[in-house]
Design a protein around this ligand. Structure first.
Ligand SMILES: NC(=O)c1ccc[n+]([C@@H]2O[C@H](COP(=O)([O-])OP(=O)(O)OC[C@H]3O[C@@H](n4cnc5c(N)ncnc54)[C@H](OP(=O)(O)O)[C@@H]3O)[C@@H](O)[C@H]2O)c1
Length: 321
C-alpha cells in the first residue's frame, strides 16, 4: 500500500511517499481502508516535532509512527477476533492528537481509540474534516456554561476551529459575532453568525458590543485588549499561549482577582468530541468548512500550505480515487 513516511522530525522535505506493507489488524483492532485524511495544525506540530514538549507524547528522539497522520475517514475492511463494536463495511472516522499512521491507503486502529461511525449523508471528506478542529472547538465550549441569548465573539471565523465553533454556538442559540478577512465574508456568513467583523477594516477589540465570551480560535489576540469588549464577568479563551505564555498563568491570576477571566482550553476526551459533532451532523446542524483537496502524492505541498497559516477550514488528502 502507499503511505507518507518519515524517520525524523523536520520540514515536509523529510517525507517520502512509498510502498509499505499493508497492516494486519490485531485481535482488538479494525483494518480501515482510508479514503480521506487531512493535513491539520496538529499534523504540522507532529511533522516538525514542535513544540518540543509534544515529543514526550509522540516520540522523544524520533517519531514513534513512521507513517504521518492524525485523522482518517474510511471503511472497515477487516476486524480482529475480539472486536464486537464494528463490522466489516462500517463507514468510520477518527482522530488521535498523539498521531496515527493515517496518511496511508490502509490503517489498523484499536477499536477502543476515538473511532466513530460516519454521520449518514456525510462523505468521507466531510467526515474527516469534522475531527481535529471540531475536537478543539468543542473543547472551547465545554469549558464554560453557555446559555441561549448570550453573546460570543469568535476571532478566526475562517479557521478550522473557528468555523466549527460558530456552528456549535449557533446550535445552542447563542448570539455570535464572527471575525474574519473581508475576502472570506461569504464563506463565513454561510456558517450562520449573527454579525460579522472584517479584521482588515475594523479592530474587533474596539467593538461597541459587550460579550459574555471572546473565543480567539486563531490565537491572534491577547486578554488585555479584549477586556474592553468583555462584560463584567466575561471570559476570554484562546487557542494559543499568548505573549509570554500568559494564557497559562492568567487563568489563576484572574480567578483570584475576580471579574473578567481567562481560561486555557486543554483539549481532552476526543471520543466525546467526535460523538458530539456526529450528533450535530446527523441533525443537519454542522457541515465542516473545506478548503482544498490534494492527493497522497502531493502531501508535501499540502503540509507547506497548511503551515503557511492561510488555510480556511480543512485541507483534505484523498487516498483513493
Ligand atoms: N491548543 C491546541 O491544542 C491547538 C490545537 C490545534 C491548533 N491550535 C492552534 O489554533 C489555531 C487555529 O488552528 P486552526 O487549525 O483552526 O487554524 P487555521 O485553520 O490554519 O486558521 C487560520 C485562519 O485564521 C485566519 N486568520 C489569520 N490571521 C487572522 C486574524 N488576525 N484575525 C482573524 N483571522 C485570522 C486565516 O485566514 P486569513 O489569514 O486569510 O484571514 C486562516 O483561515 C492555530 O494557531 C493553531 O496553532 C491549537
Amino acid at each position: 500500500m502507499k503511505a507518507s513516511t518519515r524517520t525524523t522530525y523536520g520540514s515536509p522535505d523529510v517525507i517520502t511517499v512509498k510502498e509499505v506493507e499493508k497492516p494486519t489488524p490485531k485481535a482488538n483492532e479494525i483494518l480501515v481502508r482510508v479514503h480521506a485524511t487531512t493535513i491539520n495544525r496538529t499534523d504540522c506540530g507532529a511533522l516538525w516535532g514542535k513544540p518540543f514538549v509534544y515529543r514526550f507524547f509522540i516520540g522523544l528522539f524520533k517519531p514513534r509512527n513512521s507513517i504521518t497522520g492524525t485523522d482518517f475517514a474510511g471503511i472497515v475492511e477487516a476486524v480482529g477476533q475480539n472486536v464486537t463494536t464494528f463490522s466489516v463495511g462500517d463507514r468510520v472516522f477518527g482522530f488521535d492528537d498523539n498521531t496515527l499512521p493515517s496518511h496511508a491507503e490502509y490503517m489498523a486502529i484499536a477499536c477502543k481509540k476515538p473511532v466513530t461511525k460516519i454521520p449518514s449523508g456525510f462523505t468521507y471528506e466531510q467526515a474527516v474534516a469534522s475531527a481535529e478542529a471540531a475536537h478543539y472547538a468543542y473543547n472551547f465550549l465545554n469549558k464554560v456554561k453557555l446559555q441561549p441569548g448570550q453573546k460570543v465573539l469568535v476571532n478566526g471565523g475562517t479557521g478550522g476551529i473557528g468555523s466549527a465553533a460558530i456552528q456549535f454556538l449557533k446550535s445552542m442559540n447563542v448570539f455570535v459575532t464572527a471575525v474574519c478577512h473581508s475576502q472570506y465574508d461569504d464563506r463565513v456568513r454561510a456558517l450562520g453568525p449573527d454579525r460579522m467583523i472584517h479584521y482588515d477594516k475594523e479592530d474587533f477589540t474596539q467593538d461597541y458590543e459587550k460579550y459574555d465570551f471572546v473565543f480567539d480560535a486563531v490565537g491572534k489576540s491577547s486578554f488585555k485588549p479584549c477586556t474592553k469588549i468583555l462584560k463584567d464577568k466575561g471570559i476570554y479563551i484562546s487557542s494559543e499561549l499568548g505573549p509570554g505564555a500568559e494564557n497559562l498563568y492568567l487563568p489563576l491570576l484572574t480567578s483570584i482577582k475576580g471579574g473578567k477571566k481567562v481560561i486555557f482550553p486543554l483539549p481532552v476526551d476526543i471520543s466525546k468530541s467526535l460523538a458530539y459533532v456526529a450528533d450535530l451532523a446527523e441533525k443537519g446542524k454542522f457541515k465542516p468548512l473545506i478548503d482544498r483537496t490534494y492527493t497522497l502524492d502531493e502531501i508535501k505541498e499540502a503540509f507547506e500550505y497548511v503551515n503557511s497559516g492561510q488555510k480556511i477550514g480543512n485541507v483534505i488528502i484523498k487516498t483513493s480515487n
